[in-house]
Design a protein around this ligand. Sequence first.
Ligand code: COA
Length: 309
Amino acid sequence: MPEKVLTNEQISRMVDTSDSWIFDRTGIKSRRIASDDETASGMAEIAARQAIEAAACNPEDIDLIIVATGTPDRVYPSTGCLLQQRLGIKNCVAFDIQAACSGSIFALSIADQYIKSGAAKKVLVVGSEICSRIVDWADRSTCILFGDGAGAVLLGASSETGILSTHIHSDGEYEDLLYCPNPQAASGTNRQGAGYIAMRGNEVFKVAVNTLGRIVDETLDANSMDKSDIDWLVPHQANIRIIVATAKKLKMSMDHVVVTLETQGNTSSASVLLAFNEAVRDGRIQRGQVVLLEAFGAGFTWGSALIKY
Ligand code: COA
């Protein structure tokens, strides 16, 4: 996480809002904001090095790097290639995937397919986002929500633990409800627009709640599991009310739901990995437990990963 903290109080001096409005509607109190010299690849490097250390892995053994980001340093090379350069790994493949806030789940799904097919043995998955650079700080309906950060995991083949299944989906019909234009690639009059997040929050909220409810059923059915088999829910951190609705669907007490958004806000594709990291490192998630990761984002995109840790 970047060091700089931006509180609701501080935002309420920038736009017409209040700490209580933001907290009551979203569950967010503060978020981290990258400094001018921080980049998605720089934050990705820090998270990646922590994951490599935790896995006691030789970086040279990594044969695939997947970075999920909607805020890449450059249009190209990919943030994955920039991360590969930063880590000094010569012999691996690196690329980005763009699935907005579902990015890390999509990346986990790709990594899982590569490992299960035998095409890769060690895969570094990173979600890294500088949302603060694509937020309109004059728009109170969006600027209160997002934050910056990066999370990473290192995956390796194992018959004992790991990803039980992943489920990813998209529906491009909903483009208008949540998007971020790319003025650089637009032509003519479209070029005038700023590259800021545009969202119809209320409508996004409703689709997110319904969709995440369905992905819970799909994931449990695919594994012939019952709700009670899930030890932990690690959801995308968009809004506490969306998270509570998913926990309710699972009949799960909030004590078994990892929530980081109060101090991090929505860090898009980084959020699930950041939350997973926090709960593993503070000892809540224990070896052998079953963990459901899920996310929903622009596209719309949505997905889940069921893990035996
Ligand atoms: N402070 C105070 N008032 C605000 C405000 C703010 N920051 N943002 C919006 N409002 C106002 C609106 O202008 C509106 O006023 P009006 O009734 O006079 O028109 C009122 O609050 C209600 O707006 P609405 O958009 O219906 O609020 P909401 O309860 O849906 O909460 C969100 C807004 C954005 C918090 C909520 O819709 C949400 O979190 N949606 C999901 C967004 C999301 O997760 N996106 C990422 C997906 S990965």
